[in-house]
Design a binder for this molecule. Sequence first.
Ligand code: GFP
Length: 839
Amino acid sequence: MQTAPIPPECPTVRVEDDRTGLDIETLKRAFLDNLFYIQGKFPEIATQNDYYMALAYTVRDRLFRRWLNTAETYSKQGARTVCYLSAEFLMGPHLGNNLINLGIFDTVKQAMTELGLDLDELFEKEEEPGLGNGGLGRLAACYLDSLASLETPSIGYGIRYEFGIFDQDIKDGWQVEVTDKWLRFGNPWEVARPEWEVEVKFGGHTQAFTDEHGNYRVLWVPDKVVRGVPYDTPISGYKVNSCNTLRLWAAEATDSFDFDAFNAGDYSGAVFKKMESETISKVLYPNDNMTQGKILRLEQQFFFVSCSLQDMFRILKRQNIAIERFHEKFTIQLNDTHPTIAVAELMRLLMDEYGMEWDKAWSIVTSTFAYTNHTLLPEALERWPISLFGSMLPRHLEIIYEINRHFLDDIRIKFPDDLDRLSRMSLIDESGERYVRMAHLACVGSHAINGVAALHTKLLKQDVLHDFAEMYPEKFVNVTNGVTPRRFVALSNPRLTRLITSKIGGNWIKHLDDLRQLEKYVDDTGFCSEFRTIKHEIKQDLSNYIKGLYDINVDPNSLFDIQSKRIHEYKRQHLNALHIVTLYNRIKANPDIDITPRTFLFGGKAAPGYYMAKLIIKLINSIADVVNRDPDVRDRLKVLFMKDYSVKFAQRVYPAADLSEQISTAGKEASGTGNMKFAMNGALTIGTLDGANVEILEEVGAENFFLFGLTAEEVSQKKAAGYNPQDFYSTDPELKLVIDRISSGFFSHGDTELFKPLIDDLMYHDQYLLFADYRSYIDCQDRVGLTYRDQDLWTRMTLLNTARTGKFSSDRSIQDYIDNIWHTKPVSIDLKEYVQGGS
Ligand code: GFP
């Protein structure tokens, strides 16, 4: 759509103070104004949700000035821009985060109090956009926060799912999925931009033709066209004026109504096309490191990728930048393989829409893309059956074949006569049914490939992407993940934030390495006791919350032992369960045994189709039922599965933990980010040498970390040597007792069948080596229990954890991407007084 330039005679419009002012009186006035004019309510009839909405609009107004100034500055400067393509953005609630970033948290709290409202209650009203499954989507959200805070021009591109990750209920110990209707009360943070909609084609066939210059060209004749409508959300940076954009695409039918069908009396047929098109952005796939090869999933991927690339061409045009300079203007990060079809789509756009020849287009494509891999599980590497792919994206399949032809030639040159290598590396898997290998396409089409922790990158090069590391050693870099200290400390742990700031000033929120200055207080008994008191108060808060939600008493003096993350066999929540049963057995054998009281808390969702993960949830709940009721336990153990784990909930949980469970089988967890959030908030980690645990241990020091288990190398060796879990079962009496007790139906009302699939799997396969790591885990847990009794030592260790987690700020990760992959420059934003008109 054409923009309409402002006529010179247009008067200057001053931004109203009510939309920008940050003092208490202005905030109160603006809030009431929004309640009246946007929510259409007066206080007597307003609901808490109305108040939340009025406040959200008040804060959004304050972002708009920054947002528009930022967009205008980027546009004028034609600034090089990071485009972060991600099928998932697990943003978490916006309100609190924006208050922190704008530096108005305390003022707004005060304003609300003066109006008789409780800010914390308003926070609770926010429906969080759960547009992600777990770590990958949450990482994307942290990165947007850091990109804005580092004043880096960037756009996050994704899908505006109408239904995000399901809400989790627990019934009779089992997970039950409930639709997440996050948009039901409206979303005050987004702005629809229908004027920037684009069309996305699907299906049909291609036709070759010769253009007027005699060049070979291809025309794609689709059989379906869908509209993509962008919805923009401002992403504020921390105490800077920069405010970037998250642009999420919603699918709509090109003609919303089929009037021919309607007039012919086919009323349902008339709306069918509309519904079918909108299905594309209807729901987030609750996938769990498994590709399901579903048509809708590929449609979603292509849909948002095509929308986003077309949007970049629109921006190029508006900024008057030549198509040939696409890669100078944009650097595109592929967040996992989900957006990899972008490689073929950018080729198509450059060649078919803009008439560029192959070599030139390919050089632009490979200068533009970089690919982040997030997994070491081979089953998680996406591939699409050729038949499905070709019928949905016929032109892209042709392009991929052509990329492959060039690529296989390159392999032949570098590794002559190596047929095995050719078939291993080909973009097309021809070992059975033919598939397009998306990870291979990502590697070939990108100039940089990164893993998300040092060990992960090393293992990628060694195993999963070994051939590619030999072919393109220069492409591989590591970028260890990070998390934003704004949301995960400043917002979620205000008490700790105040204490730290009172000692070392507030700079650490932006320069997390400054936390090192806390080390000098490690022998300061006054400080340590304050540190400990804060942890205790937060545990008390969580206990109260749990009491309100579950009517369970949890003792804040007990050790809070927490494992919260998606439920997956490799993450080994069931190993944690085996430890609980071990302690329980010890108590049953000797009711007066002296053990450190513990509260075991679990949180996380299982993919709806992942039976074993759901059975693990049932097991934890079944153990909880018995342990929590048994009078012999005398409250020394408490077990709780906290339902419906979300970002909002996570913010309560991280600060309250004493012990963070990071117990995946070594070599399976790419990085982990929960491990970082726990450690920052002063929890000690019990963990394997897996993912970023390795680096956390390096930073905090081995003496402040509870390490156990086999290393990744030992895991491979053990498997190669023929691992037999029963060797451990038959030689470790405690393990045997634990397994026998579960098998006997003790935790399942005598039902010996219920947990049989899980137990049989452990006894006869144990792919994730729980039995092999059991003894070392239990011994390590015993050390944890003993150490906790020495509260001075424990506090010292926790303080050193917080002090040494600077490396795990997402600011550092983003700076690594900038330095090693993107090569962008910060652009600082001046806030103008006026929004439009001459000055
Ligand atoms: C995945 C990996 C994690 C990693 C995140 C972010 O998380 O190890 O920390 O991506 O890179 F498994 P999930 O999406 O599987 O939770």
